[in-house]
Design a binder for this molecule. Sequence first.
Ligand SMILES: *Cc1c(COP(=O)(O)O)cnc(C)c1O
Length: 402
Amino acid sequence: MQVTRKTFDEVMVPNYAPSDIIPVRGLGSRIWDQQGREYLDFACGIAVTGLGHCHPKLVAALTDQAGKLWHLSNVMTNEPALKLASKLVELTFADRVFFCNSGAEANEAAFKLARKHAAIKYGAHKNQIISFFNAFHGRTLFTVSVGGQAKYTQGFEPLPGGITHLPFNDLAALEAAVGEQTCAVVLEPIQGEGGILPATPEFLALARKLCDRVGALLIFDEVQTGNGRSGTLYAYQQMGVTPDVLTTAKGLGGGFPIGAMLATQEAAASLAFGTHGSTYGGNALACAVALAALEEVSSPAILQNVAARSAQLRESLGKLASEYRITTGSRGIGLLIGVPLADAWKGRAKDIVNAAMRHGLWTLVAGPDVLRLAPPLNISEADVAEGLRRLELALADLAKAA
Ligand SMILES: *Cc1c(COP(=O)(O)O)cnc(C)c1O
């Protein structure tokens, strides 16, 4: 059966508008489409395939586990899940782990945990979740409601209540809002979908202090920043503030769907037997692949490469900004880089993505005004240079057409 981009419009729900290009094969930092055209991948399936495509260690972990055992449910535990959880506990602040299949589910678990924890310890009045405008926490009804982008909740009302949105990095607003009624403050250490906007150190420190004062849980959504992308295994590890609960997914499975919520023993104790669950959570195939990915992305070699390639990219992005005046330098952390557009180009991030695609480079947007680069964590210096060359060709095209 021949399938083309047209097939999408004929058989798929129209909630996505995918590119005309249909990749059929990937290896390392490259993918190839149905016509055999090659693309460099600076998108990683939205910061997911952190070790590139078909990494030999992940292929080996997947195929090895595929011949042994796939799925049991949580009626029985399994070795890959226990090994992965042990490794996560060893490498982070966390004492306990809950597995699920996506970022939204990890956040759903964290928000439910926060409500339950406060209800048990303090009473039902303590149910306010504080989150921030432009935050993104997933697409379930609870997670879009906690997220700070109205376009994702419109038409889905009535929404869950007890959620307060504040401006990000606004110390006074946070200080004023957190009170005895607050059960959790949830934030992305670097807002990803919202434009690659880092939280300030003062803001993180204040959030920690206020949560401690009122007995609220500090939840870091590291779905996008986690698993080596920031240059440390999790971004909090270089930010001087430790959360009570951390959610992650995206890069955790290197392309195999898996999510996790990490928590202190004290917080985790509130999700007692029977209070929450997931049929697929802790699936043996997913956990086997994620363990192999985690061993790799937590290695000094990979983390050093993230720092070196980040510096390489950011230096060149600075040069491209002064040369073409379409972009204005870069921001972000590690290999999660935002390239804000100059005023005259605001709203046209997608045009840059499309122009880059014509030159064989896959990039992303983070909102209409920011180009987002999220290449593999193990990308070579030569591949970064080649990607930058293709990006420059795209910028030159746009400059010429302007
Ligand atoms: C992508 C993302 C999510 C949602 O993850 P899904 O796997 O799509 O459910 C949640 N939070 C952040 C910060 C994300 O970047």
